[in-house]
Design a protein around this ligand. Sequence first.
Ligand code: SF4
Length: 426
Amino acid sequence: MRCSAVAATASLPTPIQLTQLESAERKRVKSLYEALGAHPDKELRVLFEKSQRVFDEIATRHLPRWVVTFSGGKDSTLTALLAVDYLATMDSPPHLDIVYSDTLLEIPAMRRAAGSFLHYLRKFGTMEALPIRVRVVRPKVDDRFWVRMIGKGYPPPKPKFRWCTRRLKITPAASSVTNGKPTAVLTGVRYGESTQRTGRLVASCTTGGECGQDYWAQSGPTGSNITYFAPIIEWKTCKVWDFLHFVAPRAGWPTQDVYALYGDTSLRFGCWTCTLVRRDKTMEALVARDPRSPLAELNKFRNEILVESALHKNRLWRRNHWAGLRIEFRQQLLGRLKTLERSTGMQLLSREEEFEIRRLWVEYLAHKRGPKPKGSHKSALTQRVASSNGLPWPSPTRTGHADVWRAQPAVEDHRAAPIGNDPLPR
Ligand code: SF4
């Protein structure tokens, strides 16, 4: 994954830890430019300068607000770093919002790494008195993955029917992007190994990229107040790694976590449920590193969904084509998901999501059986659906929501930041 012998021979500097940053002396960490000065790779310097020119261009437009769409992977990490570093050099820096779309389905190790990096960014902004704000947004209950699939019968997402990215990532973050002020949206989209503008965008699930970065660039919210920029569009994958592995730590940035996660493999950054890829090599690589990890069970479940949802017996036939998933199959999926929760010790479904799923089933069955049920009939129907797979009927509670990854620590205290359109309490 590294580009060259130059990179391979450079020694890994000891990172400056957050505690050191917070020490009484609290010296200003080196800028990325200074850190790069010691690096022998000329190509890396050229790419860095190209990115700086993009930031110069944004600065000349005097946009009062910049937004980085952060997903936790290498590309958006680099984009966020470059933006924060540039901000520190400005006399009157604009407001920088770093927006993280928490799908509640991220691969746990990746979600943890993203959370601690966001935490670091936030602390850094406070210590350096920079106008940086970290925002974590989540999809509304109706748009969540399991509600759409098990509650409404959406088939698993496919490249030609990618219904999830907009609902899970783009829409929740859109309100953070479109707040009326002129805004520069910075995405980590890249052309990969090709420096030609005709090159293929690599930031997508199927090519080992970060889900969402491509989507932001191609179909994020638009308007006269929003301008999109891609400061690292010409960076090759290996140069991104070299920068995060050798240069950023010299300037005190804790980018080793993301490097350690990827290792020498080309992993995608996204949901563990993702069926855009036939075989999830990311999950397989993580399971191979730790065979006893609960990820093995999650991956098995993902594979089963992919295969079983394609079976005719589990699909509805409508207007001459195979449509959504049959209710019987969805009921079975819910039961299996709950079993998976018990065996892995992870909370994979919130109470609100389960309630919404069951409410949708009631609505669906009532519609299928004729006129809307009323009064006691409705409650009998409700009970029937609720007990159809032997599971207790959950009550919707505004306090019952726990973090989806109960087995994992919560995603740091950046949650105190405003939370988009998420109705759930923190
Ligand atoms: S990672 Fe896959 S499932 Fe998740 S939003 Fe992206 S395309 Fe959809």
